[in-house]
Design a protein around this ligand. Structure first.
Ligand SMILES: Nc1nc2c(c(=O)[nH]1)N[C@H]1C(S)=C(S)[C@@H](COP(=O)(O)O)O[C@H]1N2
Ligand SMILES: [Mo]
Length: 417
């Protein structure tokens, strides 16, 4: 395992750029054959995923696939990794459990401002009581492509499929620290989590994410050992992944190797420049992708409330007449979603959808509404609201930002009946 020094941090390469440079051999062979299918890029993935970056195995799930499952299986779950894998391409390119000896020897260093720094072994984690958390996992860049209606933002042009509803299982973090007499001292304000993966070049930043210790979201965090009832596949962060239910994907660090308690947040560019939202609305040209500071922006933490139409989709070939509109909704899980409203006429009239209780506060909610499709073009829309009155902007472009994060504008689907 490479040594992880937390002071090895650097710059983000370019605008989109959460830095890469080396093309691993497995990716080269894939490129030689022309545009590769998702199943060729990551062994075990379904064919026909929407590939955003073949080199890094970044791909999203078409909604027609996503809607088939209550818990998104590993075969279709979107994938995002920042670094091409340099050591062991076969390991990277598989959704199987990582090699046994690697899992057996996996350790997590708990360090910094704790009573008793030490290293946890995977066996210790496996021996402890486990808890489940069903939570939507969603890339903060999900929906980025929709910002192009104002100005295109660099990076993967995600539609709505950079998300999934996943059952995680593992060891509750706070209880673990207390039991092992490793609670952070009063001086500790931040928890930084680091993954095993390393940037391709020495100037690159490590993938490190910091969490405010005062944030209630951490109370629900687990060191996850299982995803949908099985050991977590390497590409989804096995053997141990930090899961903070309701938080954007980047905050759920895969292949966890370090937990650091400190007075400050990590200097990694993934924390200090990337995965942040400006404090107040910005316009293109006013605020650039590298203008982010700790003062003028906040990390992408809890999911902003969102709803997505799963049916009908344009490819369903819906006919005019009565139709059932269905979809999902979710927020950060701190309060329930109270309403989903649906419009079948481009926002002129809105009807309340029937909203089902979710499996957990962070899972997706299912909703459905009856409507009538006119012959010709119909614009379907949906909008969720929660118990705090938080709702989705009708015009998502008001939240335009230079890195294209946190899209939660009212969803639109055009159906020609
Ligand atoms: N170690 C590590 N953890 C990581 C990342 C990464 O590149 N390295 N990417 C993050 C981002 S941006 C997202 S969206 C999710 C993606 O999780 P998935 O690939 O399991 O869907 O993992 C997060 N955790
Ligand atoms: Mo992400």
């Amino acid at each position: 395992m490479p040594h992880l020094s937390r002071r090895e941090f650097g710059k983000l390469a370019g605008v989109a750029g959460l830095a890469f440079g080396v093309t691993p051999s497995f990716a080269r062979s894939v490129f030689a054959a022309g545009a590769p299918d998702s199943a060729e890029i990551i062994a075990g993935k379904a064919s026909g995923m929407l590939v955003h970056n073949a080199k890094l195995g970044v791909m999203e799930t078409p909604l027609a696939m996503l809607r088939k499952y209550e818990h998104t299986p590993k075969e279709v779950l979107f994938n995002r990794l920042h670094f091409p894998h340099q050591g062991d391409a076969a390991w990277y390119a598989t959704t199987a459990v990582p090699p046994k000896d690697m899992v057996k020897n996996w350790t997590i260093r708990v360090d910094g401002l704790v009573q008793r720094p030490r290293t946890l072994t995977i066996a210790e984690l496996q021996a402890r009581p486990q808890e489940k958390r069903v939570s939507v996992l969603q890339c903060a860049g999900n929906g980025r492509s929709f910002y192009a209606a104002k100005e295109k933002v660099a990076g993967g042009q995600w539609k709505n499929g950079g998300m999934g509803n996943v059952e995680w299982e593992g060891v509750p973090l706070r209880a673990l620290l207390e039991d092992l007499k490793m609670s952070p001292s009063a001086a500790a304000q931040w928890l930084t989590a680091e993954g095993w993966d390393q940037p391709a070049t020495p100037e690159g930043s490590d993938f490190a994410k910091s969490y405010e210790l005062s944030d209630k979201g951490l109370d629900n965090a687990i060191l996850a050992l299982k995803m949908n009832g099985e050991p977590i596949p390497a590409v989804h962060g096995g053997p141990v992944r930090l899961i903070i239910p309701g938080f954007y994907g980047n905050m759920n660090v895969k292949m966890l190797t370090v937990l650091l308690f400190e007075a400050e947040q990590s200097p990694s560019a993934f924390q200090s420049v990337g995965y942040r939202m400006p404090n107040s609305p910005v316009e293109p040209g006013q605020f650039e992708a590298n203008d982010y500071t700790l003062q003028n922006s906040v990390p992408t933490y809890g999911h902003k409330i969102k709803s997505v139409i799963f049916s009908p989709l344009p490819e369903d070939g819906a006919k005019s007449g009565p139709v059932e509109i269905t979809g999902v909704a979710f927020n950060d899980g701190t309060v329930p979603i109270t309403d989903v409203e649906v419009s079948a006429d481009d926002g002129k009239r809105w009807e309340k959808a029937d909203v089902k209780k979710p499996e957990s506060p962070w899972a997706w909610y299912h909703w459905s509404a009856k409507a009538k499709l006119a012959s010709g073009k119909n614009t379907l829309m949906c909008r969720a609201t929660d118990a705090l009155g938080r709702t989705q902007p009708i015009d998502g472009l008001t939240r335009w930002n230079p890195r294209g994060y946190e899209w939660n504008g009212v969803d639109h689907v055009e159906i020609t009946a």
